[in-house]
Design a binder for this molecule. Sequence first.
Ligand code: FRU
Length: 324
Amino acid sequence: NDDEKKYRIGFSQCISKDDWRKVMDHEMIVEASLNEDIDLTIFQANEDIEIQKSQIETMINDGFDVIIISPLRPDPLVSLIEKAYDKGIPVIIVDRKINSQKFTAYVGANNIDVGRMAAKYIASQNKENISVLEIKGSDNSSPVIERHLGFHQIINSDPNVSINYSIKEENLPQRLPQILDSLNIKPIHYVFGFNDNIAHDAWKITKSKATESSIKFIGVDGLNGENNGIQLVQNGVLSATVLYPTGGDEALKIAVKILRNEKVDKNNILNTTIIDFRNAEIMKNQYDKINKHQYEIESQQEKIKLQKQTYSTQSNILKLLLGL
Ligand code: FRU
């Protein structure tokens, strides 16, 4: 019965524009819909830290039972998150970290490992004098900081590989053409983009300037679907991508566990792996299957909803006829 108490879970999503974030939101929606007593509200902060602050404020004031946050940056939200936590509201942090330990649970993959995996992939090609261009994300979020750390850690310990250039995503359109023009002075063999979109953009710029180039591209995220990481690996645009799961369904599962008074771990670290030509097809097939199941669940739920509506209209008519 819809009048029964529903638990309210609120989620503040820092960025809205890309597929990775949409997958995260969708995973939460599907997971929430499996629980009749859960009501999920997603707030989109659209990369605006002030909006994200006010969303957390709203969730605290409106008495949400669990708050989930994917924070834009590590510092500005700390005092508000601590306020929620100190009030006893369970707080789950997803993907990006904050500079505080006052939260109930964190869910996400280890971004130092993500950086290390990309570097090891390059180093494992066993060639000499490999040089790399690193393209970092533009914001100072924890994934950017940690991917950079892990990537440099491995490369600095390998005498065969060096990072010749390190630039930021925001400077890509202007810097990459300049770099491509000076390849005879400082070559590059690999580009590591901090996500698949960055790596894809770098590939497009390179293709349009230097059609014969043999530079190889590596990204992060490994999403399924049109123009996403797995497909870019399959069609040879990317040599590899590091899988970075969104953690949407895990975050929602943790929220539900908390509401059911079950114990949850503070750190919930998701697995990552390299996707290249060897496993791209298997990964695609697995995700296609999951998507099919999700779609079936959603259409079943639609049918149940319709049946419930028909039932309640019929019983209202019946009550009217019987003068109840
Ligand atoms: C999407 C994204 C992903 C990246 C993650 C890091 O908004 O930039 O591409 O892996 O966020 O927080």
